[in-house]
Write a protein that binds this ligand. Structure first.
Ligand SMILES: [Zn+2]
Length: 165
């Protein structure tokens, strides 16, 4: 039996989603998400994604915040492992480009959709299947901190713009 289900837009990655249980209520409105990844991103910085009448959010304004990073693994990956890890990372939202060779992961992503922390979590989870070395990544807390600050600043800007018009 086909049940009528409402199609809505995931506010983080703008994919069409059916209204299901990946849901957050915020300021009296319900938001639905394509993935736990987008839900977590929204929960951390809701004002990047929701604006108000006449004042679109950074995301609604159509902005992207592209980041390019190289992540180093403790050990080189075989080409099969590199391929497996690539496909895991490609399944994340917001990944623009990925190239894995040896012990180096080069990645370009939209910070409004995915953070380096989420990327590393995905790598760590994949590491359980790929063998040791992959999961024991170098510490990158400095990058985490910078991204958090940048996202908070963007969110702040979006918020301030409501008051100065
Ligand atoms: Zn999404």
């Amino acid at each position: 039996m086909n049940k009528e289900s409402t199609t809505v837009i995931c506010p983080v990655c703008e994919m069409s989603v059916t209204a299901d249980d990946l849901q957050i209520s915020h300021q009296g409105m319900n938001f639905y998400f394509c993935s736990a990844q987008c839900k977590d991103r929204f929960r951390a910085n809701p004002h990047l994604y929701i604006g108000s009448a006449g004042h679109p959010s950074v995301k609604q304004h159509g902005d992207v915040v592209l980041k390019q990073r190289s992540l180093l693994l403790d050990e080189s990956l075989s080409s099969v492992q590199a391929e497996q890890l690539s496909s895991v990372l490609r399944s994340l939202m917001g990944i623009r480009k990925i190239h894995i060779e040896g012990d180096r992961i080069q990645i370009i992503y939209d910070l409004l959709q995915v953070t380096v922390q989420q990327i590393e979590q995905a790598i760590e989870q994949a590491g359980d299947h790929l063998g040791h070395g992959v999961s024991s990544m170098l510490k990158r807390s400095f990058v985490h901190y910078l991204e958090e600050t940048e996202l908070n600043n963007l969110e702040q800007q979006a918020d301030n713009s409501k008051h100065c018009h």
